[in-house]
Structures are given as structure tokens and as C-alpha cells.
Design a protein around this ligand. Structure first.
Ligand SMILES: [Zn+2]
Length: 131
């Protein structure tokens, strides 16, 4: 099985846990398809918005479970906020802060509290494939 597929499956087990964290602060009803892919652009991830669903991609260059979860949480905030708002605008920033992300917003990182919470999530999911 390809590494990116193994990582996709790992991230899909993490996604409901991260969605639950976001749902503590915002509505999140839209289905999100989570995947890990090698990306041609130098991005950690991206969120594409389609009518009725979103695709959250984590780049295959994330070299640890916590870095992958950090990126997935960021992309799921985009999925929750939607694309009718400026990309990293006030609505994104407000929710991102609430879920424990810290600026700069285009390359956010995890605050200490959420980092510790997601380290536990990562441990429970087992080793990030390929690491
Ligand atoms: Zn972003």
C-alpha cells in the first residue's frame, strides 16, 4: 500500500476527533473528505470547497503525526468557515484561535494546550505511517 494511502487512512481516523474539537466552538455540518497527497505547491495542506462537500488535503511532506494533525486542524477550520469569507480573514481567525491555533494564520501552529491534546490523539492513533 502506498505511504500516502496509509497516511490518508490514519488521517481519516483522526478527522472525527478534530471535527468534534471544532464543533465545541462552531457548527460543522458539511461532509469533508480527508486525504494525504504529494502536492506540487509548497503548501502544508489545502481545503477545496464544492457544493455539499469539501476536500481537506494534508501534504505528504508532514513528517510526524502531530505535524499532520496540526495541518488537518487548520484545513478543517477552513472547511467549517467556508469560502464565502476571506481565506485567513476575521471569521477564520476567530475560530482558529478558539480551537488553539496560533498565527501567522497562513502558516498557523498549535498553541501549547491544543498541541498537548493532539499529541495524545496522535499517540492513540499509533505511529504516523512512514515515520
Ligand atoms: Zn489556510
Amino acid at each position: 500500500m502506498k505511504n500516502s494511502l496509509k497516511r490518508t487512512l490514519w488521517l481519516r481516523r483522526a478527522a472525527p476527533i478534530l471535527k468534534k474539537i471544532i464543533k465545541e466552538h462552531a457548527t460543522f455540518n458539511c461532509p469533508v473528505y480527508v486525504q494525504c497527497e504529494t502536492m506540487s505547491l509548497p503548501l502544508a495542506g489545502m481545503c477545496l470547497h464544492y457544493p455539499g462537500y469539501k476536500i481537506a488535503t494534508v501534504a505528504n511532506n508532514r513528517q510526524s503525526g502531530i505535524k499532520a494533525l496540526d495541518c488537518l486542524l487548520h484545513e478543517l477550520v477552513h472547511a467549517s468557515v467556508g469560502n464565502k469569507q476571506p481565506h485567513h480573514g476575521p471569521k477564520f481567525q476567530k475560530l482558529a484561535r478558539k480551537v488553539g491555533l496560533v498565527p501567522p494564520w497562513a502558516r498557523s501552529t498549535l498553541g501549547t494546550k491544543m498541541r498537548n491534546r493532539l499529541l495524545q490523539v496522535s499517540r492513540n492513533l499509533g505511529r504516523y505511517p512512514g515515520t
